[in-house]
Unconditional design. Sequence first.
Length: 112
Amino acid sequence: MIQPDDFARQAARPRSPPELVMAVVMLRRKRMSMRQIAEQHGLSMDGVRQILLRYSKAQSSAAADAEADAECDDGLMTSVRETMPAGHPVWMNAIWTGLERWRNFGDVVQRR
């Protein structure tokens, strides 16, 4: 079991105890994706993101100056935006909406 540090205790909430916060942080430091961490701990991906944000905020609030603040950023939030898998409904809807918008564009240009 991972012992939580002071930052994990500050980032803890009733549904995310310090031990869970520390486990999420350690897995993220091992470069595991937020989706994998969420599945492993029964959380949503946004829940994992919120835990990491609270932990980073606790670290940065403890930093006294800008140099110490830069040292606290250990890359936990480097890839907050993960790509959607191919075929995701949001992605497919955006593609088809764009295609439908320009479907008759060639006919309009030829008529002029």
